[in-house]
Design a protein around this ligand. Structure first.
Ligand SMILES: *Cc1c(COP(=O)(O)O)cnc(C)c1O
Length: 420
């Protein structure tokens, strides 16, 4: 359930009509619903209520790094899963306590490892023996101990899009699960490291629980094996990955079903479980509001040219992803159309042969389910600037990210003396 609904013939976010936001802030515009974010944060937590101990929840910042979003989730008791120094800085800026921050990622630089140690973050998820040895040396030299989990690659196919599958043996993430015993034996002896668990994340937008359950089963076997070898395992990080419905009528596993599976898969583990949900919290809490520039006659379907483009919402161009597209003021009439942005690439196509609400020049529409991997993937391609973001709270709203104009981006560029 979300808070994007038609009232008096017009789509509202909570109690704010989208036409008001278009008039006051302009388009294209990402619009988030505070109530929806909070609801999703609570539903995910409640889904895990059957576990032996309360889990540690770390929102995957890359899904939506906006400071207002992170601040909201902090108030809901969430920490952060970060994958760069920039995300770490954001999480701290949003008030996330350092012990609630997990640092993931296959290519943490030396300075990012130092940044994590400076902040005193809760856990590094190390993704290789090489990274573990480097972190150990840095921490030991500073007289610190880095709490760590070893990210393992369980070699399961998540059954999602190739570009967001991370748990097959041939991807760059984690270490092959079979290497865990040898790496634990080596790394746990190093001063500077407190290697205390395993981490796994097999991919994103998972539409079935079976691959996750298979991964968790392999993790459980490895947990027993490591304990058998005398290692103290106190933490297990089960990652994120739960999908969300992008198409009306589509059904995906609910957080409650996910929670029941996790409870089953982890029975008897006797550890602090950690989770890194991203999309399931943020996806359906945001839309991308756009205005029709004009409707162009095509050979077959008309082209509905909107003022949002692949630089604002990259998922369709990147993954062929589907976003439901709805008029803000639907008349009940429908049309068959191609929905495209103004960018000079054929890839700047949001949908082809799509039956949509009938739209004409200057009409407003939304791409739904744009709260995750939306604004954060934006670029300034075609010198279009960065789109603004708004958060609605009841009948109120606030601009939570200002539009960055093309001029401001050009201001950071320099023509060198030798070209003058
Ligand atoms: C991207 C990512 C997540 C979040 O994935 P979702 O599908 O958005 O839940 C969690 N953990 C890691 C390590 C990630 O890279």
């Amino acid at each position: 359930m979300d808070h994007f609904h038609i009232r008096d013939g017009q789509m509202h976010v909570e109690d704010v009509p989208l036409s008001r936001l278009a008039a006051e802030v302009g388009t294209p515009l990402y619009v988030y619903s505070r109530a929806t974010f909070e609801r999703h944060a609570r539903v995910f937590r409640e889904g895990l209520a059957g576990l032996d101990r309360p889990p540690q929840l770390a929102f995957a910042v890359k899904a939506n790094p906006n400071l207002a979003v992170l601040g909201l989730l902090r108030r809901e008791g969430y920490g952060a899963d970060v994958v760069s120094g920039g995300e770490l800085a954001r999480a701290l800026k949003a008030g996330m306590p350092a012990p609630d921050i997990v640092f993931s990622g296959v290519g943490k630089t030396t300075s990012e490892l130092q940044q994590g140690l400076d902040a005193g973050i809760g856990q590094f998820n190390i993704e290789s023996g090489e990274e573990g040895r480097e972190l150990a040396a840095i921490a030991a030299a500073r007289g610190q101990v880095a709490h760590c989990a070893l990210r393992v690659n369980p070699d399961v196919d998540a059954g999602t899009h190739d570009k967001i599958s991370t748990g097959r043996a041939d991807t760059k993430f984690g270490v092959p699960i079979g290497h865990a015993p040898q790496l634990f034996a080596e790394l746990s002896r190093l001063p500077g490291l407190d290697l205390r668990g395993l981490a796994v994340h097999i991919g994103s937008q998972l539409s079935e629980l079976d691959p996750l359950e298979a991964a968790f089963a392999k993790l459980g076997d490895m947990l027993a094996k490591l304990r058998g070898a005398g290692h103290a395992i106190t933490h297990m990080d089960l990652g994120g990955g739960l999908g969300v419905p992008y198409r009306r009528g589509e059904t995906l596993p609910e957080p409650a079903q996910y929670g029941a599976m996790v409870a089953r898969a982890t029975r008897g583990w006797d550890v602090q479980l950690m989770f890194e949900p991203g999309r399931v919290i943020a996806g359906n809490a945001g839309v991308l509001l756009t205005r029709v520039i004009r409707v162009k006659r095509g050979l077959h379907n008309p082209f509905v040219i909107v003022d949002a483009a692949m630089n604002d919402l990259a998922r369709p161009a990147l993954y062929g992803a589907w976003h439901d597209f709805d008029a803000v003021s639907p008349t009940g009439e429908r049309m068959l159309a191609n929905i495209v942005g103004p960018i000079c690439e054929t890839g700047d196509t949001f949908a082809t042969d799509r039956e949509i609400d009938a739209l004409g020049q200057d009409d407003l529409a939304v791409f739904r389910t744009a709260g995750a991997y939306g604004a954060t993937m934006a670029s300034s391609y075609n010198s279009r600037g960065f789109v603004a973001e708004v958060m609605v709270d009841g009948a109120d709203y606030a601009v939570v990210a200002e539009r960055i104009a093309p001029d401001a981006i050009a201001d950071a560029e320099r023509v060198p003396d030798f070209l003058r």
